[in-house]
Design a protein around this ligand. Structure first.
Ligand SMILES: [Zn+2]
Length: 402
């Protein structure tokens, strides 16, 4: 493992407003040993330590808080998944994880796969982003994403499934609190899949094992139930009304207040899929989602970046497009950068390990061409990625092809 000093024209340690011109990071054994102005950092290292000057901006590696490595991002990811055996699927998942790395992502949270394949990938050789896996997401029989194998009925089965996922090596627990759009014939986005007691049992069981809980929730009722149970992150959080009108989202200040009071993180899953919808239908279709995100931000809700990569048209090589949607919603670039690094790390339980360039943190680093505070497009030009100190030169062509 390398020990070196990286020197950059501009260094963004992680929190909005912080910037070091002519900055340096001392990386030793995969961990950040020191960070600061180049003169200070070099004064404390021996003359034999390797120095590497990088062109552009050095910032923390990006975090994709919501991916499905087992989906192919095509028009029918469920059909493709069901057509593939585990070995074929595993090879595809590895390629998708490499595409994420090529786009500057050093940590991913996989929120649902089958047969523990993301765990196997996490343990495999070869340089990949750090993988957190939820293993099989928990759902009702025939419910949203039932095909991953996490179907349960009732409180006892719920508790047993959480324990089994933990035993299988899950880093967190994922519950499908409401239906979704992806599962053919499955419950709708406004349908609540579990009782309050069942959701509460899942959270209690997970937390007693030291594992956080991510809740997939679209509807107002679903979001409220997830909040009351004390989940750690809410995925999508689309404020879908409960009157049966699918996809009609209306901001609720009371719900936003509760999200803030409980400190629950929200991952709105902006991605290139939104671009596909805007281009193929009408930009106006996206506007309610943009408004919701802006209103949650203004209310003080802690938003994090995650693309739901793998669902239709949410590709693995285009992380930045999800960030551009936050910008289009009116959020300042520096806030968006925090959502992709420090805030995401906190939401994933990694606040002391990654998402920031600070002594003692993992050397998860990214060098990009340009200043992403001025233009997020700079993030689409990654020059160098380090995962726990291991360097990787991104292959941009491969990233865009996938
Ligand atoms: Zn998802």
């Amino acid at each position: 493992m390398t020990t070196e000093v990286l020197i950059a024209d501009l260094l963004l340690p992680g929190a909005a407003g912080e910037a070091v011109h002519d900055g340096a990071v001392h990386v030793a054994e995969g961990v950040i040993a020191a960070v600061g102005p180049v003169r200070d950092v070099l004064a404390d290292v021996g003359p034999t330590v390797l120095r590497r000057r990088v062109r552009g901006t050095l910032l923390p590696g990006l975090i994709d808080s919501h991916v499905h490595l087992s989906f192919d991002a095509g028009s029918d990811p469920v059909g493709s998944l069901l057509d593939q055996d585990d070995e074929v699927l595993f090879a595809h998942m590895a390629a998708r994880a490499r595409a994420l790395l090529d786009s500057g992502v050093t940590t991913v949270r996989d929120l649902g796969d089958r047969s523990g394949l993301a765990i196997r990938l996490r343990e495999s050789a070869g340089l990949l982003p750090r993988i957190l896996s939820a293993t099989a997401p928990i759902t009702v029989p025939g419910g949203h994403c039932w095909f991953f194998g996490g179907e349960v009925a009732g409180v006892e089965q719920m508790r047993a499934r959480v324990r089994r996922n933990v035993r299988d090596g899950a880093d967190l627990i994922k519950i499908m609190v409401t239906g979704g759009y992806l599962t053919p014939g499955g419950p709708s986005m406004s349908e609540l899949q579990f009782s309050q007691e069942e959701i509460g049992a899942a959270v209690a069981e997970a937390h007693s094992a030291g594992k956080p809980v991510a809740a997939h929730a679209h509807s107002v009722t679903g979001i409220r139930a997830a909040l009351a149970a004390g989940v750690d992150t809410i995925e999508h959080c689309s404020f879908v009304s409960d009157d049966g009108t699918e996809r009609k989202s209306v901001f609720r200040a009371d719900l936003a207040r509760e999200l803030v009071e409980r400190g629950t993180f929200v991952c709105p899953t902006f991605s290139s899929a939104f671009t596909h919808i805007a281009d193929s239908q009408d930009r106006a279709v996206i506007q309610p989602w943009l408004d919701l995100v802006r209103q949650q931000h203004e209310a003080g809700v802690r938003l994090i970046a995650g693309t739901d990569a793998g669902v239709p048209f949410a590709g693995f090589g285009d992380y930045v497009e999800g960030l551009r949607w936050f910008s289009r919603a009116g959020l300042p670039n520096e806030v968006v950068l925090e959502m992709a690094t420090t805030t995401a790390a906190a939401a994933l339980g990694l606040a002391e390990r990654t998402g920031r360039i600070a002594p003692g943190f993992a050397a998860d680093l990214l060098v990009v061409d340009g200043d992403p505070r001025l233009d997020l497009d700079a993030l689409a030009r990654p020059e160098l990625v380090l995962v726990q100190g291991e360097p990787h030169v991104p292959r941009r062509s491969r990233a865009t092809a996938l």
